[in-house]
Design a protein around this ligand. Structure first.
Ligand code: SF4
Length: 227
């Protein structure tokens, strides 16, 4: 496992290289200790496609919250089969029912954050498709960051940190890879159905997530602490 200073040095070296090379570096640096998280609703399919060409054994973690659109579940299965992904579905430890109506933060904690926290205990590197241009809470991301997750050190890897939404779509079209069907129906970011709506032209990419609920993040990218 690299320490925080080494991660900063590697980040400086990797800035400007292609996302595919960053994914390959991660897989080579953390053998059997790296995982990718994918929601199948956006840029994650780009990284899953890259990973399928590098090493299909690397776990692809999917948070099965119990509230996905049927289209998400069908697309996830089709994509994983087509590219031979090592798909691992993470489920909540308890079922609190439709808690999203009264306490969406706690709902996200039970259905997303806690299951991921549990799973990440088995890894040293976590690859994610988060991009800097997705909003204020994601601005300033580095390619590599050293974090503490529940007392466990983890290297967060953001190969698409410097990419725009247009870059993601360019890759999808150039590589002719499938994408979530709701993206053609006005949705620009897709999560659980109770907390996702289509966006209007000109709205920010994630405006349809927790719309009117005073919430912008599920907590997956805020429960770790950057060192
Ligand atoms: S996105 Fe909504 S339904 Fe899904 S876990 Fe969070 S609050 Fe619950």
């Amino acid at each position: 496992m690299l320490n925080a200073a080494a991660v900063r040095e590697r980040a400086a070296e990797l800035r400007g290289v292609t996302p595919e090379r960053i994914v390959a570096w991660t897989v080579a640096t953390f053998p059997e200790r790296a995982a990718l998280t994918v929601s199948f609703g956006g840029g994650g399919v780009v990284l899953a496609h890259m990973l399928s060409r590098i090493d299909r054994r690397v776990p692809v973690l999917f948070l099965e919250t119990g509230f996905h659109f049927p289209e998400t579940l069908a697309f996830k299965d089709q994509f994983a089969e087509r590219y031979g992904l090592n798909l691992v579905e993470l489920r909540p430890a308890t079922d609190p029912g439709p808690l999203y109506r009264t306490d969406p933060d706690h709902c996200c904690w039970i259905r997303k954050v806690e299951p991921l926290q549990r799973a990440l205990g088995g890894f040293d590197a976590w690859i994610s498709a988060v991009r800097s241009d997705q909003g204020d809470t994601r601005a300033g991301l580095d390619i590599l960051e050293y974090h503490q997750a529940n007392g466990h050190p983890i290297v967060k890897v953001f190969p698409l940190a410097g990419w725009s939404r247009d870059d993601v779509w360019r890759y999808i079209r150039e590589q002719d890879i499938p994408y979530h069907p709701l993206l053609d129906q006005g949705f620009t970011s897709i999560g659980c159905w109770p907390c996702t709506r289509a966006t209007r032209p000109g709205e920010p990419e994630r405006a349809g997530r927790w719309s009117g609920m005073g919430k912008t993040e599920c907590g997956l990218h805020t429960f770790t602490v950057k060192v």
